[in-house]
Write a protein that binds this ligand. Structure first.
Ligand code: ARG
Length: 461
């Protein structure tokens, strides 16, 4: 065997600069456990159908085991001249197992091999991501359940709007991460299809048993079209779009943590162990974790755009361009997992400043809608009630008071329908508890949502 498995037709040695430029070993070495598992299944399948002998298969599997141990221990030596992880493993197998190694690549191409490796890698990573999302959801349910009495202002346009339960706010994120988890589970179904056996693009002349290889590698099905199988990267694009959406959710959550931990808001305090300081300003405690999570969002979007762009102009079937799928994909996988993990650790250590939140919910006319609803309850059409309360707000602003700080005589100027019971109607608790519409912030609803979430999480765990 020559040094490169493909150089039989070449009369000149590859230029070292070309080797450096085309090499992917610096990053695709990460695929080695999958590459070796795929090769072992391939050998066993070849023996089963009689393309190699049982004895040869045993030698190959043993040799691959030795190579794997070297890789596991970090003893394996890499060279640019061997391009990628597939060629490295095959070359080393030749050294440890001898000539039988030359049979390993029968009925296989690096095109179906790399498609297999990336699918197996991403399948594992997707499962880990799903597990982390599950933990993220638990963390949110726990912080919600632990603070059921906490009332805060709900915002629209970043302006105080209506009071909500802090737990309701947290459970909104729970819903987002639940959908994210579903998206990953759904994309896993299409990822979990085995491309091995498609060979370079057209299938192979050997009597291979793809179902048997799939069974060994724990794939529920095999790809139905060899050309599609070697050129499809939809599964990676789907993963990245789900990852992008998850990062949007993490980034929005982070943005709120950053805002809420400012002295302007003061709604939460991040634990010291999960904050950092300033090298010049001794008083500073900075929310670097949420800031970095927010900052990392762009690279995951970038990975999605890279893959979409990479694939959009490619004719069938395999093209070397596709080697460029790995770095963005690996980076996005690592980034999302790191962001989820750190949040799972950080969330239980957040101190919720209930008093500050309640105060903020009592200032800024957050009860104006409820005052209008009160008038509607006494027969006034909503539009009229809206205008009437608008006038009351203008008056209250003028005299520097909240609506519930005006006395009955002042309030009666705006409508004779207003009675003493309005004051009770305008307390934060009553406002929240009246919002019993399905999905609304009433305590009863939120408690039920938390209970249900707890059940769903314990079933899935
Ligand atoms: N390193 C290559 C990749 O990642 C492996 C497949 C190479 N195939 C080929 N025909 N050169 O795509």
């Amino acid at each position: 065997m020559t040094e490169k498995p493909w150089d039989g037709r070449f009369s000149e040695k590859t230029d070292a600069r070309v080797e450096a430029f085309t090499s992917s070993i610096a990053y695709d070495r990460r695929l080695y456990p999958y590459d070796i598992a795929g090769s072992i299944a391939h050998c066993k399948m070849l023996a089963k159908v009689g393309v190699i002998t049982d004895d040869e298969a045993v030698q190959l599997v043993e040799g691959l085991g030795i190579v794997k141990r070297e890789l596991d221990r970090g003893e394996f030596v890499f060279h640019d001249s061997l391009e990628d992880i597939h060629m490295h493993i095959e070359a080393r197998l030749l050294q440890v197992a001898g000539r039988v190694a030359q049979k390993l690549h029968t009925a296989r191409s690096r095109n179906d091999q790399v498609a297999l490796d990336v699918r197996m890698f991403l399948r594992d990573e997707t499962r880990q991501t799903i597990d982390l999302l599950q933990q993220m959801r638990s963390a949110l349910v726990d912080i919600a359940g632990g603070h059921l009495d906490v009332v805060m202002p709900g915002y629209t346009h970043t302006q105080r709007a209506q009071p909500v339960l802090f737990a309701h706010h947290m459970m909104a994120y729970y819903e987002m991460f639940t959908r994210d988890q579903d998206r990953f589970a759904d994309c896993l179904k299409r990822m979990d299809v085995m491309p091995l056996g498609s060979a370079a693009l057209a299938g192979t002349t050997y009597p291979i048993d793809r179902d048997y290889a799939a069974q060994l590698l724990d794939f529920p099905s095999v790809s139905p079209n060899s050309m599609d199988a070697v050129s499809d990267r939809d599964f990676a694009m789907e993963f990245l779009s789900a990852a992008g959406i998850s990062m949007v959710h993490l980034s929005r959550f982070s943005e709120e943590l950053v805002l809420w931990s400012t002295s302007e808001f003061g709604f939460i305090t991040l634990s010291d162990a999960f904050s950092t300081g300033s090298s010049i300003m001794p008083q500073k405690k900075n929310p670097d974790i949420p800031e970095i999570v927010r900052g990392k969002t762009g690279r995951v979007f970038g990975a999605l755009v890279s893959l979409l762009t990479l694939m959009k102009g490619l004719p069938m079937a395999y093209n070397r361009d596709m080697q460029e799928d790995k770095e963005p994909l690996f980076d996005a996988v690592d980034t999302l997992k790191a962001c989820l993990s750190i949040n799972v650790q950080m969330i239980p250590r957040i101190t919720v400043n209930a008093e500050t939140m309640r105060k903020a919910a009592s200032v800024g006319f957050l009860n104006a809608t409820d005052m209008a609803d009160y008038l509607v309850g006494r027969g006034m059409p909503f539009r009229k009630a809206h205008a009437c309360v608008g006038n009351a707000v203008a008056y209250a602003l003028d005299v520097g008071k909240e609506l519930d700080q005006l006395n009955l005589a002042e309030l009666k100027q705006f409508s004779p329908l207003i009675k003493d019971d309005l004051f009770d109607h305008l307390t934060v608790e009553h406002m929240i508890d009246r919002r019993k519409s399905r999905g609304g912030t009433s305590r009863e609803n939120v408690e039920r949502a938390i209970l249900e979430a707890g059940k769903v999480l314990s079933e899935k765990a």
